[in-house]
Structure formats: C-alpha cells, structure tokens
Design a protein around this ligand. Structure first.
Ligand code: PLP
Length: 814
C-alpha cells in the first residue's frame, strides 16, 4: 500500500494532527516487528487483554513518525497523529477502500480446518501463471484479513485470502470488506463451536461470506452444509466436493489402505492421481484444490501435474524420534473430534506394534458427557496399550477407556510422575489442546542426542540489519544473503523471520536452497547465484530468479523459458565482472548482451557486481576502481534497455565502508550475524549466534597421566580435566587441539588439551570449581567468534559454514 497521512484520514474519516503530509507504506501493530522507521505507521490496537497504546512510546523511540491511535498523547514530539474512533474498524475501512482500487480476481476461503493448506497449495500451483497475493500465514481474523488485504498491489492478478470467525456476527463485518468472487468452504468441524448455540448457527455464520460470490466451492459431506448452501444460494454456481458420491467432486475408488492411484471424479471427468498421504483431511483439501484449478481454467493435464507436484505445506502432525526407541507423533494444533480422527488415521501409517496415547481435555464447553463417550469409543477401537488423560474434565471419564489408563490434572503432573519413563519401543501419540502446553511433553519425550547447540538469536539478526540500514538511505533495498544454509545458521527459519520483517530480497547459492525455502512458504523474491544447468526447470517452477553471468547461461536459460512457454517476462539478474575475476560479463560483451536481452522474454531485475576487498583498508584504490567500472558498465548496459533495473554492489563491509555507492540495493551477509571490520559498528552489533555445549564428565589426573589419543598431553601436576561432547565431526577443526584453542566456562578461557576426537574433546580446567553438566561456550561471547576463528586459522564465514548439520540449531527471540 502507499497512502499519505491525509489520504488515510480522508478515506477513513479520521482526524489528523500534525502538519506534515507523510507517506505510509506499512502499518505495523506490533512494535517488535518494527525495524525501520521509514514510511511506517504504528497502529495502537486496544483489546480486552492489552492496550496497544502502551507501546506508542517504544514505536516513537524506534523512529516511527506516524501514530494511529484512539487517543492523542500531546507530550510526544515530532509525531503525526491519525486519531481514530476504533483501531480495528479503522484498518477494516482502509482495507475495504484499498481492495476497491484494484480489479483482481478474488478467492475467499473459510471453514474450520484446512484453510491455510488449501490456500498454500493453490498458491503453489498457480504462482507461475498468475501474479498472486495471499494472506500471510493464517492471518484471517477481524484484524488479520484487513492486514492481508493491504498487501495487494497493482500488479496482482489474483488474491487468495483466508477468512475466519469465532463469534456470531463477525462474518457480516468481514464480508462487508471482502466479498470474494469465488467462495470456498473447506470443512466444518467443531473447533470453534463453543461460541455458537447450534451447528446450524455456525454454518450460517460461515457461509455468510458467500453472499455476493459468483461461485461457491464447498465440502458437501456434511448434510446440513449441503442443504443450507443449496437452499440459500441456489442461483449461484455451486460445486460440492467430498467423500460422499452425491458430491460433484468425489473419490471414486477405494482409497483406504491401498497404494493404487486415486480416481477423483470431477463431474464427468476422471483424475488419476498417485497421492501417497491418505488421510481424509489431505484428500479433501486436494479435491478442493482440483476444483479451484478447474475454475481457474487449467486443463486436465496441467491439473494432474500440479497436484502431483504438491508438497505437504504444513503437516500438523509432526513425528520425532523419542527416547527409548519410541516414536513421538505430536499434534497439538487443535483438539476436536475431527482432528482426533485424522490423527488416529495417520498413525496407522507407522508399523510400531505397540502404541500409547496422551490426550487432554477438549476445552469445548459443550455437552461433555456425550463428547467424552464418543472420544472413548473411538479411542477404544485403536488398540492403545496405555492411555494418559490430562485435564480436570477428561479424568472423570477414566472408566470409559478400556486400555490401561492413567490420569493427571495437568501436564506437569504427568512429567513429574515417572509413568512415561516406562514406555519403550512404542508409538506415542500426543494429542492435546494448546492450553495444556503439550509441547513440553514432546521435549520431555524427545531424544536429545547431546546438549550441544548452535543458538541463533533472531532478534539480534534484525538488530544488526537495522544498524546497517541506519547507514543507508531509507529507500535503499536490502537483499539478505542466506546461501549455504544461512551461513550455517539454518534454512527457512531465518528466511521466514526475515520475510516476516519485510526483507526485500533473499540470495542463495544454488537452486536447491531456494526450492527448500519456497517449499517452506517463503514467497520473498529469491536470487540464485549459481543456477546450474540441470536446475533451470525447477528455477522456473519455483519462481526463483537466476544470476546470469555469461552468454552460455543466458542462452541456455532462455531456451528453457521458450521450452516451458512461460508467459510473463522472466526476472533475471545480470552479474558484471569488475575485478573479482570470478563470474560476470565484461565491458566488451555489453553491446551483444543488450541486443540479446531485448529479444528475449526476460526482465532484468537488477545489474550487480561484487567487491573483492570491501573490508580491506589497504585496498581502497582497488575497490574504488571496481566501483567505477561497475558504474560505467552498468550505465552502458542500461542505456540499451527500455526500463531501469536496480543496481547493487555492496556486501556487509561495503555497506559500512562505501555507503556512498549503495545504488538501489545492498546485500547483507555476515553483518547480520554481528561481524564487522569497523570497530565502531562492530560495537553496536549483537552476536546472533552462540555455539555451546555442556560438560559430560570431570576427572582428576595426576602428574604424568596422559590425555586422549596418542598421549599428546601429559599432566605436569595434579589437575582437573573436563570432557565435552563436541569434536571434529561437529565441525571443530582438529588443528585447535593441543592448547591452540580455548573454550569458555564461567566467562573464563580454558585450553583444549590433547588431540581433538571425533565427537569429544578435553579441557584443562585446573583447580576451578566447575561441575559436570555446566555450560561450555565454544564461541560467543567468550571466546568470541573472531577469536575462535583465529584459533582455527580461518575466518568466521568458514567456521560457521563448517558446523555440522548434526549440531542442533535452536532459534530464540528475546
Ligand atoms: C555472500 C555474498 C554477499 C554477502 O557477503 P558478506 O561479506 O557476508 O556481507 C554479497 N554478495 C554476494 C554476491 C555474495 O556471494
């Protein structure tokens, strides 16, 4: 979106205080998500639980100049205020207006389960053909829907939005803002039923979304849904799907327990599809997506191909290896009869002969007698050897369960009892309502290989980005380099966080890395620096943007574009060689390059180059030469194009040392992690990564005792040795053994002695009073990553990317 404060006040009938007419591109309502102050307005939302106005001060401290709030606080200086009657109604009004400015095709998805999956699957299937905007994550509420709608831009051809309600009357409000052309009802379950008198009331509320829709695609298995929709909306284009054969779309053959292709009947047409995941939820979502693709006029072959390519977007059921050879299936997303059935179906896929169930209260506030009778009956059919019931309600029905049953009032009681320790070599299904924090049980049951972790602080990453941004013009874009598993810190977790914080671009080395991000829901543009020939096809399929560095790559990629018949101008990035002598076009190739680009079906998104020595004081002249070459060659190339691509050349140290040459975008990498060649900047950065472990054992050795392989250390006096569970297989170079390297305990450094082993190493802790199980820092803060890199005779980049995958990455937001 892009509105001025005056526009917004007019559109929403709000009062403006302050003289400046400022531009707003983003409205943020959570100050924790604010990392740039440019063109951001903070919206203070008051709810029954919390007052957003408490955070206005902190938004202003972060540099936000525009505050939208229900009250005016005159003591805050330099702020332009938009004073509104009601913050939620304000954003709803604005969203409604915003949507009306565009003519994109709209799809609105409602239902109790499956909204997000259907949305993501549909998106995955069509983003090549339609420029599509969709709700982020599962934003679908009175606030979430308007926030999603505000993401629509002029270029979007299709919008897919989730719409969720939890109370009577909410849908009318949402439908007034957003009346989708195609309405989708995924599945009605009892998940939110507690605020409704009857099922009919709930259904009527949800289907109110379709009041002005042309087409309604709905799960028709529920007879009440079927009747209500066909009666109320008989004049619309109605398409029902489901397992019952009276639906327009249904599964024709036996789908349980066979591996044969599914035959999905779509009116008179049959789709044969080999879907391997066969629970009811997955299959009904697949039918829904097929129907949507049909409505979007894809042909039979295309649809079959697209459904085959779908990846499970977000499996609610997660399986982890547990202690004592157990397998833990965790489903703590929501708890109702439907999701319980799905979970029971799901666990049939595993061939563990014995299984146990952990089940909590349903928290539905409905007729609990009837509910728990049904639950027990269904559970008793599943052959669990043990059932653990948690919650003050469900324990009253203990006697209905035929398995050996244990009861607990809360999760802590179960953890503290030793009951779970008795389970061996079983499947444990963990099915809990969110409020019981059953994730704690998962952690308790999970196999922890060792306590060595690489801890990544996501807030520190954003902080470091902000520090770099403060050196740049507000409009300069930023690409975050997340190649090589985000410099070893992790894959989509980091990218997802950056995306959430509106990073403009992501950069990866190989197509596989980009595909991985896309599969995990990353929709931010991604540049691929080493587009290998075999990956062009997937690059296009996954909407990745290749770096083109030679005529060979350009021609081959163009061939692939022609071959695929891609309609739109495909985004690419042109790399210029300016002195790194690695990849890129040289000055004498530019004329031919221009000619070729103009005949091909590509759009040059950016022209860029890379500095070889931006961090090196002594190479300033060389760097300036590189920049000059870039400036001249990029100008030359742009002269021949009818449009202006972005330009960029600065990496992290470039941002710090050469910010005058920021052009349109910069590419941050190591700077995000807290490393900088400039001491003043370095001081302002925060460590985003910490590698730590705990002491496995402490032993006392006498004078003359030797430590480790080949007896490389011999004690000169009595001393204490701590053994820690990290070794060269974790990425610690063997060369830092024998007192080259040190680790930190209690903020003091102690030497690594003897040879580093594969999975362990030994530390001389002298006489310090240190205990087994205490924390050991491999790097950050003491020793620092730079110090540790020096021990290893290398640079932080290599240290980080060498840490093995077996080291568990954990992500914290403080
Ligand atoms: C890795 C990389 C960067 C980031 O470099 P840092 O030194 O980590 O900031 C920037 N541009 C390109 C082309 C890269 O490959």
């Amino acid at each position: 979106m892009k509105y001025s404060t005056q526009n917004i006040a007019e559109i929403t009938g709000s009062k403006l205080i302050g003289s400046d007419d400022l531009l707003i591109k983003t409205i943020e309502f959570d100050t924790r998500n604010i990392y740039t102050s440019s063109k951001i307005a903070f919206l203070a939302i008051n709810t029954s639980k919390n007052s957003g106005e408490k955070y206005i001060q902190s938004a202003v401290e972060k540099g936000v100049k525009i505050i939208i709030s229900e009250h005016y606080f005159p003591n805050l200086k330099d702020v332009t205020w938009i004073i509104v009657d009601n913050a939620i109604q304000f954003i709803q009004k604005l969203a409604k207006y915003h949507l009306q400015q565009f003519s994109l095709k709209t799809i609105g998805i409602t239902g109790s389960n499956g909204k997000t999956i259907v949305k993501e699957w549909l998106y995955q299937s069509i983003f090549d053909e339609f420029i599509t905007v969709k709700s982020p994550k599962s934003f679908n509420s009175q606030l979430g829907l308007p926030v999603s709608l505000l993401e629509i831009t002029e270029r979007d051809e299709l919008g897919i939005f989730e719409v969720g309600i939890s109370k009577l009357g909410e849908m009318e409000i949402l439908e007034n803002i957003f009346s989708p052309e195609i309405g989708v009802l995924t599945h009605i379950g009892s998940a939110h039923a507690s605020n409704f008198e009857t099922e009919e009331q709930l259904i009527k509320e949800k289907i109110a979304l379709f009041k002005h829709s042309k087409t309604i695609i709905f799960n028709g298995d529920n007879a009440l849904v079927y009747n209500l929709i066909t009666n109320l909306y008989s004049s619309k284009n109605l398409i029902s799907f489901g397992f019952e054969s009276y639906n327009n779309v249904y599964i024709k053959n036996e789908w349980r327990g066979t591996s044969e292709k599914l035959i999905i009947q779509y009116f008179n047409e049959e789709f044969k599809i080999p879907i391997s995941q066969r629970d009811e939820a997955t299959l009904s979502n697949a039918m829904c997506v097929i129907t949507l693709l049909k409505e979007l006029k894809f042909d039979h072959a295309e649809i079959t191909k697209k459904i085959n390519a779908l990846k499970a977007v977000e499996m609610r059921l997660e399986s982890v290896n547990g202690l004592r050879n157990n397998l833990v299936i965790n489903d703590s997303y929501n708890l109702d009869m439907d999701s319980l059935k799905i979970a029971f179906q799901f666990i049939h896929q595993y061939n563990k002969p014995k299984k146990s169930l952990i089940l909590t209260d349903f928290v539905e506030g409905k007729d609990s007698e009837k509910l728990y009778h049904e639950v027990a009956e269904l559970t008793n059919q599943q052959d669990f050897s043990k059932v653990f019931l948690i919650g003050e309600e469900i324990v009253n029905f203990e006697n209905l369960f035929t398995a050996q049953t244990f009861t607990f009032n809360n999760t802590t009681e179960l953890i503290e009892s030793t009951q779970l320790n008795q389970i061996e070599d079983e499947l444990i299904l963990l099915k809990g309502a969110r409020k019981f924090e059953t994730d704690r049980l998962k952690t308790f049951l999970e196999l922890q290989k060792h306590d060595t972790v690489l801890e990544v602080n996501l807030n520190a990453i954003i902080h470091n980005i902000n520090i770099h941004k403060s050196l740049l013009h507000p409009e300069t874009k930023m690409m975050a380099m997340v190649k090589a598993y985000s410099y070893g810190l992790g894959g989509y977790e980091i990218a997802e966080f950056l995306q959430h914080h509106h990073i403009d671009y992501l950069g990866v080395a190989y197509a596989d890395e980009g595909i991985d991000l896309r599969k995990n829901g990353i929709t931010t543009p991604i540049m691929v620096m080493n587009p290998e020939q075999h990956s062009y096809n997937s690059i296009i399929d996954y909407n990745l943007e290749p770096e083109i560095y030679s005529f060979r790559v350009l021609d081959l990629f163009n061939e692939q574009l022609l071959h695929k018949g891609t309609q739109r101008k495909y985004p690419i990035h042109i790399k210029l060689e300016t002195g790194m002598h690695r990849l890129g076009f040289k000055a004498d190739e530019l004329i031919e390059l221009k000619q070729k680009l103009n005949t091909m079906n590509v759009e040059v998104k950016s022209i860029f180059s890379h500095l070889s020595s931006a961090d090196d004081e002594n190479e300033k002249d060389y760097t300036m030469d590189q920049i000059l070459t870039f400036s001249q060659n990029s100008e030359k190339l742009m002269e021949g194009l009818q449009y202006r691509p972005m330009r960029h050349i600065l990496n992290s140290s470039g941002i710090v040392n050469y910010s005058d040459f920021q052009y349109d975008m910069v590419r941050i990498g190591i700077g995000m992690i807290g490393i900088s060649p400039d001491q003043k900047i370095k001081k302002q950065l925060r460590n985003a990564v910490r590698f730590k472990t705990v002491i496995s054992q402490i032993s006392e050795v006498e004078k003359g005792d030797s430590i480790g392989y080949n007896r490389k250390f011999k004690a000169e006096n009595t001393t204490k040795i701590a053994t820690i569970p990290v070794g060269y297989a974790d990425g610690i170079p063997r060369l830092i053994g024998n007192e080259v390297g040190k680790v930190g305990i209690h903020q003091k450094l102690f030497p690594i002695i003897g040879n580093v082993c594969m999975d362990m190493m030994m530390i001389n802790i002298g006489n310090e009073s240190i205990n087994e199980g205490e924390e050991v820092i491999i790097f950050n803060d003491k020793p620092s990553l730079e110090e540790f890199s020096n021990y290893c005779k290398t640079i932080p980049y290599e240290v980080l990317t060498s840490i093995s995958r077996r080291v568990k990455r954990i992500y914290i937001k403080d």
